[in-house]
Design a protein around this ligand. Structure first.
Ligand code: SAH
Length: 224
């Protein structure tokens, strides 16, 4: 193993220790964070920062989420849907999708920015991951592949998009940050028969979910 790779592995272990100190205790989740090489998903000129517990700009006014946030959402998902098909909205770099694949899920992901979609699709191929990617408005879900055991939305929404609720399997759950443009409350919606049960967790700050069942594009008549 090359010296630089050893160093990355060491830094990854430190990141996982930090996650544990911050309250992430699910063994399977921590193992996935040890396995997935976050630096592969990071902008090349900033690889040295790949294992810091922070969000980082990835271009197009978007960010790769903070490891703690990814771990927090992944834990909520694993606890409610331990296996099956997962739909992610907001591919970004592809890191969250790779974590889900490492956990054994069949992963589907949708991104609305073409360049990010293309970059992630190429990266998945290069890393040998079998994540299915789609370019488009994820607030509409991925009807042809529904139903999903879990849906994870990695951008902040004004409310839970109804097309996504409809694409949940019986007992399926959706993990989604809901709030205004400035901050959002992590929310879990579980489908029980024709009912949707809601649980609310701590506050986070996400880039906006933009689409027909999300926010309008910036400058196009937001009332926020
Ligand atoms: N999960 C990503 C980080 C997400 S940042 C990662 O692991 O790197 C949020 C992403 O959501 C951005 O890439 C943004 O373009 C995307 N996004 C916002 N609204 C969307 C929509 N309606 N459909 C699909 N993607 C959307």
């Amino acid at each position: 193993m090359k010296e630089s790779e050893k160093c990355m592995e060491q830094r990854r272990r430190e990141m996982v220790d930090a996650l544990r100190c911050n309250g992430i205790s699910n063994r399977k989740v921590l193992d996935a964070f040890l396995k997935v090489e976050r630096h592969r998903f990071f902008p090349e000129d900033a690889i040295a920062l790949a294992y810091d517990d922070g969000a980082y700009p990835i271009g197009f006014a978007q960010t790769i989420s903070q490891p703690f946030t990814v771990a927090y959402m992944t834990t909520l998902l694993v606890e409610r849907a331990p296996s099956g098909r997962v739909l992610e909205i907001g591919t970004g770099t592809g890191y969250q999708a790779a974590i889900l694949e490492a956990l054994g899920y069949s992963v589907f992901t949708v991104e609305r920015i073409f360049e990010l979609f293309q970059r992630a699709e190429r990266l998945f191929a290069r890393l040998g991951l079998s994540v299915a990617c789609r370019y488009g408005d994820g607030t509409l879900g991925w009807k042809e592949e529904a139903p999903f055991d879990a849906i994870i939305v990695t951008a902040g929404a004004p409310e839970e998009p109804s097309p996504l609720k409809e694409q949940l399997a019986e007992n399926g759950c959706m993990i989604i940050p809901v709030g205004d443009r400035r901050s959002q409350q992590m929310t879990v919606v579980q489908r029980v028969g024709e009912e949707f049960r809601k649980e609310e967790f701590q506050q986070f700050v996400f880039v906006p979910l933009i689409g027909s069942a999300g926010w309008n594009d910036i400058g196009k008549g937001n009332t926020d």
